[in-house]
Ligand binder design. Structure first.
Ligand code: ADP
Length: 320
């Protein structure tokens, strides 16, 4: 392996730059040429590819987003798109690829692997919804961003004795709501993995009010329903003057946390090593404190991300 490339795809996430930086620096340290592909698979097919130097990734580790930009490119799900992508990679003399992204990006990587092009996946998404790893890049930063907002909302919720529904990202996975729910002492957490019962939620609010609690915070994952729809449901049971805050894209941005910078560096470093060992079709991850390597096709086809659901019950027992 002499020349490798890296791209970011799908939703951006803080820590992606740390991973890109590690790929470029480790590759060059080992004598490889490292190319950056702009705009994910769209840029690959369009040939938006350039060689990266050590300096190109200087001053990027602390920046959110991705310096390689990202794009959605549904055409890459078709074999024609994938073949065009491989043609471009070959034109540039690239013989190994590292893809940083979420589930969809992994599917692109798996497709390239099936066509014989060595590809390594790095999990990058704030949602933490990737199989084969405990944590994805961006999750830690995102939950810290959410917590910062929830703390502020709690002040006003207390002053006005209000019930606040805070809608956070997570279409398929409730990890953000789960972790920020317990981290903020939210009275209720509503996530796709656990069916909710509005009567139970009302009882919890009432119990808190009886004990003189001045605020109620409900952390809602967007995958359950949107915040306004949830508020309307709650108001049907009881008029709480519910307020809704949709945190939206603020959750995706910002300077990566220490943890995401370290994780990005570890993932990027190990991804390069795998290509150097002649390995492709692997996604890197972390289990406990250990970096792990899984078959990307098997992971996509047979494994599912499971959130740390114990937090749900623990929150019920300590945040009533
Ligand atoms: P994420 O990677 O964050 O899950 P997407 O689902 O949007 O984001 O996927 C990112 C990109 O990966 C898509 O725009 C597309 O180019 C590529 N992709 C998604 N699904 C597939 C698939 N089944 N096969 C090949 N490429 C795919």
């Amino acid at each position: 392996m002499k020349r490798i490339a890296v791209l970011t795809s799908g939703g951006d996430a803080p820590g992606m730059n740390a991973a890109i930086r590690a790929v470029v620096r480790k590759g060059i340290y080992d004598g490889l040429e490292v190319y950056g592909i702009n705009y994910g698979y769209a840029g690959m097919v369009a040939g938006d590819i350039r060689q990266l130097t050590v300096d190109d990734v200087g001053d990027t580790i602390s920046r959110g987003g991705t310096v390689l930009y990202s794009a959605r490119y549904p055409e890459f799900a078709n074999i024609e798109g994938q073949q065009k992508g491989i043609e471009q990679l070959k034109k540039f003399g690239i013989d190994g690829l590292i893809v940083i992204g979420g589930d969809g990006s992994y599917r692109g990587g798996a497709a390239l692997t099936k066509l014989g092009f060595p590809t390594i996946g790095i999990p990058g998404t704030i949602d933490n919804d990737i199989a084969g790893t405990d944590y994805t890049l961006g999750f830690d930063t995102a939950i810290n961003t959410v917590l910062d907002s929830v703390d502020k909302i709690r002040d006003t919720a207390t002053s006005h004795v209000r019930t606040f529904i805070i809608e956070v990202m997570g279409r398929n996975a409730g990890d953000i709501a789960l972790w920020t729910g317990i981290g903020s002492g939210a009275e209720s957490i509503v996530i796709p993995e656990v069916e909710f019962n509005m009567d139970e939620i009302v009882n919890e609010i009432e119990e808190g009010r009886r004990r003189g609690k001045k605020h109620t915070i409900i952390l809602l994952a967007e995958g359950v329903m949107n915040g306004n729809a949830f508020a309307a449901e709650l108001e049907k049971h009881k008029n709480y003057h519910t307020r809704v805050t949709v945190l939206g894209h603020v959750q995706r941005g910002g300077s990566p946390s220490a943890r995401d910078r370290v994780l990005g560096s570890l993932f990027g470093y190990n991804a390069v090593q795998l290509l150097e060992e002649g390995k492709g079709g692997i996604c890197v991850g972390i289990r406990g404190t250990e970096i792990v390597f899984n078959d990307i096709i098997e992971t996509l086809e047979t494994k599912r991300h499971v959130p740390y659901l114990s937090l749900y019950q623990i929150n019920k027992e300590i945040s009533f």
